[in-house]
Design a protein around this ligand. Sequence first.
Ligand code: PLP
Length: 387
Amino acid sequence: MIYLDHNATTPLAKEALEAMLPFLGDEYANPSSAHSAGMAIKQAVSKARGQVAALVGAKSTEVIFTGSATEATHMAVLGALRALAVSAPRRRRIVTSAVEHPSTMALMADLKSLGWDVVIVPVGTDGRVAPVDIDAAVDDHTALVSLMWANNETGVLQPVREAAATARKLGALFHTDAVQAAGKVPVSLAACGADMITLSAHKMYGPKGVGALIVAKGAPISPLIFGHQERKRRGGTENVPGVVGFGVAAELAAAALAAGDAARLGGLRDRFEAAVVAAWPGSRINGAGTERVPTTSSIRFATASGAPANGEELMMRLDKAGVMVSMGAACSAGGNEPSHVLTAMGLNGAEAEASLRFSLGRPTTDAEIDGALDALSALVERLHAAA
Ligand code: PLP
């Protein structure tokens, strides 16, 4: 199997698994217990908190562990709105982009239906939000700006520093979903100027079911889940094995970044894209020409006549050939809607559905890229012969 779907999830790092195992066995005490067994677990959770904080240049006290990135984003947005409802009730506007992850888009749609002034900033054909459009959308009634760091379908990097500066200037909070950026490009709370950052363990070779919201000191957010844990900011006994695995995964991600693995993967990705474009006339890289994370390739395929190819069929045939890829978020959960990310970039429905996402990861090798290219070229011949 050639797994090129690392943006969907990553394999659990061996080191993370090994670190987790004791906490699924004998090390079962509750980190909130005052006895020595509990204290030992609390220390393990604290260590993980430091490891996750270090990945994004934050302090341990700024890390709130959650059950997922989806939960972290809900906590960021709803927690900020709850806090501001008391301290700044006139701030009723929320600014976000047209290409956010569905976990953000669905929340924004709900807030809009509840009467919040949700402004969705468009992207250009390159998939990037223009900072001037953020400037135009944010006013002094804005409570929060939420802009993802890197897009999960195209890998396109968003102008988060500029957006954070705009938000700050107008007294609004700034949140970024850095799930697809952390470990792939440097992510720093301070350098970005963000108030809140969403992270997910399972996108960086940690376990599923654990995420984090990084909240800069002083940023006002109210809890959504009450309880004494996480310094009263997120109730519920911590998922200790998950948190420990997340910590190790974060440390490994920082080490891989420092060792230049991103450059190796970027080289593989570029070679892959160049080969596909050369072999398959009419194919296009979605988001080409703008800054992207080095691991993601969203490619729109065309038939010999130049018409959009059937992406779903291509994906199935690649699957049969042992190559796991994804259609971005298109047709997820069995729906028939084309990707909102690709249509926001100006693709029509057929073009969006002719697009496949290839996402590389730390385990991806040169030989696997060759294997994926071989599988694709067999399909190209078949598709073009049929056209
Ligand atoms: N945000 C982005 C950009 C993602 O790619 C994902 C995962 O698909 C999520 C959020 C949700 O992550 P989780 O599965 O931890 O809720």
